[in-house]
Write a protein that binds this ligand. Structure first.
Ligand SMILES: [Zn+2]
Length: 329
């Protein structure tokens, strides 16, 4: 109660001040997404205890249990006919030919009026695990930016939208597994779904470092493939946070993260990122540790995603279906 009153008061003051402070853009006022919680998620998931969250290892089991615990605390429901948050499946590892058991972690926040229209909010929680290299002391690939940062965002957004309690559409929060082995978890998730019920896919990858466009900016993969990005830009107008099209077209990033598995079904599914992938010295290195990340960058970006996707979550906007053809050179 108290929090709401303070929030309302702040909102009124901000609104009242708006006209006098034209030069200064109003901050995004999103309660319940704060650096303390984000830091806790990030440092837990990227800790050495999680052993780099390699698919099929004890480390990823610990990460799965943490995410399940959070989904339960937040109060999410289970997905479709599953009895638990885990969607367990097996697959054969491409190189070793070993059979691996893996699990996506899925939690559902049911829509108020449009229960059969789904918005997916996702990130992959797996990473590279432990790899011993001669002459290298550290062998744990913590995957803090890739993608404990995105998984932290999924948890923070699950809590935010649950507390907000205003989603007309159903939100499906997914921590995908085995992304690093070739988008295996998201591909499994996409099997046998009725794609026509999926309105949008919001995937989050590597948001721990300042983007190429400066502070309070992120970019979106496949920007020109649907009008999803334009909707986000419209919703972010005046907030001081800006979304740009992916600045690294040659990296083919649209097809390199889990959004692609849903996009292949025609769902407007894109990835938000701030990663300086062209110059990132920690990318897929043991040094991708939480200390190298900027927690406020993560928090600001999560708030921007919350605000930016609001009109999709509440059913006012429906992005166009995705265009998959490679763009003409
Ligand atoms: Zn990743």
């Amino acid at each position: 109660m108290k929090k709401t009153a303070v929030f309302l008061f702040t909102a009124i003051v901000l609104f009242a001040c708006k006209n006098e402070q034209k030069q200064e853009a109003p901050k995004i006022t999103v309660t319940s997404i704060d650096t303390t919680t984000v830091r806790k998620h990030l440092y837990t998931l990227a800790s050495d205890e999680m052993e780099g969250r390699g698919t099929g290892t004890p480390g990823i089991e610990k990460a799965a249990q943490y995410i399940e615990g959070e989904f339960k605390r937040i109060g999410l429901k289970t997905y479709a006919n599953l009895k638990e948050y885990r969607q367990t499946f097996t697959f054969t590892h491409r190189r070793s030919k070993k059979e691996i058991t893996a699990f996506n972690i899925i939690g559902v926040l049911e829509g108020k009026s449009r229960k059969e229209e789904y918005v997916v909010v996702s990130a992959h929680y797996d990473h590279l695990g432990i790899r011993k290299t001669a002459g290298q002391k550290d062998s744990i690939y913590n995957g803090a930016d890739d993608d404990a940062s995105g998984t932290s965002a999924v948890l923070a957004l699950a809590e935010y939208f649950t507390k907000k309690n205003a989603n007309e559409r159903t939100i499906i929060f997914v921590a995908f597994t085995a992304e690093e082995m070739g988008l295996i978890g998201s591909t499994h998730f996409g099997k046998n779904v009725d794609a026509s019920k999926f309105v949008a896919g919001i995937n989050i990858e590597m948001i721990g470092k300042e983007s190429k466009f400066g502070p309070k900016t992120a970019w979106l993969t496949g920007f020109e493939r649907s009008d999803f990005g334009k909707i986000i830009q419209k919703n972010l107008k005046g907030t001081g946070y800006a979304l740009h099209p992916d600045p690294f077209p040659t990296f083919n990033l649209f097809f390199r993260s889990d959004n692609a598995s849903l996009a292949r079904l025609g769902i407007p599914s894109h990835t938000f990122s701030t990663g300086p992938i062209d110059v990132d010295v920690h990318y897929h290195k043991v040094s991708d540790a939480p200390e190298t990340l900027n927690v406020s960058n993560i928090t600001e970006t999560i708030k921007a995603i919350a605000k930016g996707t609001e009109s999709i979550i509440n059913g006012k906007d429906t992005p166009t279906r995705v265009v998959l053809e490679e763009r003409k050179k």
